[in-house]
Design a protein around this ligand. Sequence first.
Ligand SMILES: [Fe+2]
Ligand SMILES: [Fe+2]
Length: 280
Amino acid sequence: MTKVSIDEIVAKVDELPSLPDIVVRVMELTEDPDSTAFDINEVINRDQNMTAQVLRMANSVYYGYSRRIATVTDAIVLIGFNAVRSIVLAASVSKILKQELSGYVMGEGELWKHSQCAAVFARLLAKKNKYRSVELAYTATLLHDIGKLVLNSYLSDSYQEVLAAVNEENIPFDQAEDNLFGFNHATVGGKVAEKWKLPRDLVEAIACHHNPEQAVENPELTAIVHTADAVTLQMGMGLGVDGLMYPLSQESLDLLGVGEEQLEMLMADIVDIFIDQDVF
Ligand SMILES: [Fe+2]
Ligand SMILES: [Fe+2]
């Protein structure tokens, strides 16, 4: 097996495409208190494909305005700046997240499905908990496994070895990655988020999603991402091999004040949402 260094991985991260201009621009505008729906509308409307995707997602069952949103401006007014920003980001990362990840035994579209399902769950969880930024929870969760895109090519060679470690030593998959590489897909994901100049708490939530106790910047956000990820895997959404032995942190649940009963209610809600394929 070829041993890979973190430097090599960081170089690989640099090869990943940057976030498209339209996403960067929309992110800037939604953070600027002086910008208006008109400004954002103008940026999105320049891209026909993006406009179509924003409308399709805004009209999905999830937002509750089914088939009534006809323009980007309507979408901004009805579902809000931040929700539109999430859609723009999701639409632009969906392409890369849809790739097949043979190293993780995930078929085409599987990581996307898992990420989107977890992100929608995170949004519901954040809403129920009156977390201050529901959209931040969504975005962080959508991107939580982004490091897999980078590690995938290295894992393909040593996959059998990692799997054997998981089975024989009874350890979670990310720990097997740690043993093998000296880092795991969460650490690498943090590097990708840094490269994309995402906010610090978002970087942390991605980097610590398997070890939420390590978060210091924004432990609550990390706990939401972790819980949403673990629950989604429990529900069998985009299982792959990462689903093996993934413990749900009690500390995260305590921090969020979430009990078993509430989790089950959220799981039932999410099943209804995913009947609508437009969410994907
Ligand atoms: Fe993960
Ligand atoms: Fe995950």
